[in-house]
Design a protein around this ligand. Structure first.
Ligand code: PRX
Length: 635
């Protein structure tokens, strides 16, 4: 396995230039360092109008050969995964590359024994335990497509996702520990399974000893199945463009979008970006605190690090249990060198007494990362000063579920950092800022602000929305001609550094979770007393953004605390607890344009208590409602 790391800013600039001049040649050289069963015949075919992107067509490979088999000779005994349990008194698990290879192969046979083959979709709804990693790699081993659903989602959210891609199998655990709480995942799954006719088998990993209700013929215990499985499982031969996984992300309509990632380009993209952004050395211990249920966990806990032969930490618990020093205790205990987390976590930990940090020796740390939402100046400095002690470069990495891998970020220790800036695009990434008229703002030495688009494909770009290519085209390629639109706004300084300013569509990032307001509104509207609702985001000190819901009730219904509770519960059940609005205001109407569209801009300003200038309200059909809403706003 070759090291793909650029070593200096000069090398970065050279690589970036080359990637502009000859993108195909640039990526070919990188792709050549991986294990292919057969080399590709065509490096890139693309057309953003169709849209269609294909990388390394005709190439044959299996991603698990790149994450496991190819390391066995030299790194077989190296720790691949360190698992840190929720309870600090339970033992950590160290799994070597060889052990992981054996576990993945055997579990891949469990999948096969239960009728799963190439192309079948398998839903994973699991806690942060090594078996989640094993199950996902086992799917990849046999060419099955994993669809991981974050284990905080509700039954109906699971059912919707399972049905959308017609998963044949569901893999889960009986229970999960989350801080002082225990959550029964199997019960949540059972409720979902009432509405998922495509599921034939459910595999249940026992995380706790509690009795678990099992349905005869459908539900099987992980260990029982393992006993029956053969040890060896040859890797399925996959085409570079064969599906690797589906991962759902929120959209502007209520329906989640099943983003499709394929095998070759995703492997090349995540590995290259992992190595360059984080700059790991041989014995480093890398910890990304994300949940594998999100793209960050897919790309930067599992695929990127394992393909690089790194040691990656998986943490089952939460930052506040047993106390707010937990993250720092783990860093000390495991001698973590690279720590990658979200601004929300940083902000909530920064609010705690500094003693929680000072009690721990953080001298092993070399690099700090941030992802998922804009990092504000205060949080950046707190992180840099108190965790990095001013010695660890902070890499603010901008990317998306759709991009598969990091797009704009400093390279640790190489790119000069600037607080709140994701800085420069990685080699192979061609961002552009677009103005209100849809024109490209040239990247000269003038600072500029606009909407962020990308004008050339990169290997790990999502290829479609599962089952809905039209929507893929509409959402990402219809805003700007021949460009991928990110949905984000950005500022660019005179040196070309980017700062991401936030979403410019109806998606709100709450505590780093990507939430579509339409899905939440649909849930609220399901309440029998609700006529209509509008949900917007507003700035929140810890969560980055929080949700504010404006709700119209039927005439004969009196607003009450009870109703607020019920509405929150319905959102929690339908979308998930993370989507519960922080504030709910009952209103008699919503500001609408003559064409009947809710003017969210105004609602956002009211929610943010920023009403000095509400902008143009002349197109409103019912301007009087604005004063009423403002008078009763919750601040
Ligand atoms: O708005 C951007 C924000 O998160 C969105 C993507 O969310 P998701 O697909 O869930 O992926 C999150 C993890 C990659 C983006 O459109 N975002 C992500 N990283 C940053 C960010 N905003 C500012 N700075 C970042 N570093």
């Amino acid at each position: 396995m070759e090291n793909l790391q650029l070593r200096s800013f000069a090398e970065y600039k050279k690589a970036y230039k080359k990637s502009l001049k000859d993108p195909e040649g640039f990526w070919e050289e990188i792709a050549n360092t991986f294990t292919w069963q057969q080399k590709w015949d065509k490096t890139l075919e693309w057309d953003f109008e169709k849209p269609e992107v294909k990388w390394f067509q005709g190439g044959k490979l299996n991603i698990t050969e790149n994450c496991l088999d190819r390391h066995l000779e030299k790194l077989g005994n190296k720790t691949a995964i360190i698992w840190e349990p929720n309870d600090p008194d339970e033992e950590s698990r160290y799994i070597s590359y060889r052990q992981l290879f054996v576990k993945v192969s055997r579990f891949a046979n469990v999948l096969k024994n239960n009728g799963i083959g190439k192309g079948d979709r398998v839903c994973l709804y699991m806690p942060m335990i090594p078996e989640l990693a094993i199950a996902m790699l086992a799917c990849a081993r046999i060419g099955a497509v994993h669809s991981i659903v974050f284990a905080g989602f509700s039954s109906s959210a699971i059912a919707r996702r399972i049905n959308d891609s017609e998963c044949k199998m569901l893999i889960t655990a009986n229970e999960v520990y989350r801080g002082a709480k225990k959550v029964n995942l199997k019960e949540i799954c059972d409720k979902a399974l009432e509405e998922t006719p495509s599921i034939e088998t459910v595999i249940v990993y026992r995380r706790t000893v509690e009795p678990t209700a099992m349905k005869d013929g459908r539900d099987k215990f992980w260990f029982d199945e393992l006993q029956k499985a053969e040890k060896d499982c040859p890797a399925e031969v996959m085409d570079a463009e064969d599906l690797l996984f589906i991962l759902y992300t929120s959209g502007s309509t209520g329906k989640p979008k099943g983003m499709v990632h394929t095998t070759g380009g995703y492997l090349v993209g995540t590995t290259y970006t992992f190595q360059n952004v984080f700059q790991l050395e041989k014995d480093d211990v890398y910890w990304c605190t994300a949940d594998i249920g999100w793209i960050t966990g897919h790309s930067y806990i599992i695929y990127g690090p394992l393909a690089s032969g790194a040691t990656t930490v998986m943490f089952e618990g939460i930052p506040s249990y047993p106390d707010y020093g937990r993250f720092w205790e783990i860093c000390e205990k495991l001698k973590v060198t690279h720590f990658y987390t979200a601004p929300t976590a940083i902000r909530s930990l920064a609010k705690q007494p500094l003693k929680f940090v000072e009690d721990h020796d953080l001298s092993s740390l070399k690099v700090l990362g941030s992802v998922g939402e804009p990092i504000n100046e205060e949080a950046w400095h707190w992180y840099n000063d108190n965790i990095g002690k001013g010695n660890c470069p902070v890499v603010d990495t901008w990317w998306q579920t759709e991009t598969g891998g990091i797009m704009i970020s400093p390279l640790a220790g190489i790119t000069p950092t600037r607080p709140t800036f994701a800085t420069l695009p990685l080699p192979g990434v061609q961002p552009v800022l677009m103005d209100e008229q849809g024109e490209e703002i040239p990247n000269t030495n003038e600072p500029a602000e606009g909407r962020l688009a990308i004008k050339f494909p990169w290997p790990s770009i999502a290829r479609t929305i599962y089952g809905d290519h039209e929507r893929y085209k509409e959402v990402y390629y219809s805003t700007f001609k021949n460009k991928y639109f990110t949905g984000d706004g950005a500022y660019r300084d005179a040196s070309g550094n980017y700062r991401i300013t936030g979403r410019v569509d109806d998606i709100v990032i709450v505590s780093g979770h990507n939430l579509g307001t339409a899905a939440i509104e649909n849930a609220i509207d399901e309440h029998e007393s609700v006529v209509e609702s509008a949900v917007v985001g507003y700035p929140h000190e810890v969560k980055g953004n929080a949700l504010y819901a404006y709700v119209i009730l039927y005439n004969d219904i009196e607003p009450s605390e009870e109703l607020i509770k019920e509405i929150k519960a319905i959102v929690s059940e339908t979308v998930g607890p993370i989507a519960k609005p922080e504030k709910i205001q009952f209103v008699s109407g919503l500001p609408k344009t003559r064409s009947g569209k809710i003017m969210r801009r105004i609602l956002r300003k009211i929610a943010s208590n920023d009403t000095a200038d509400l902008g143009d309200t002349s197109t409103l059909l019912n301007p009087e409602i604005v004063d009423e809403i403002m008078a009763e706003a919750k601040h």
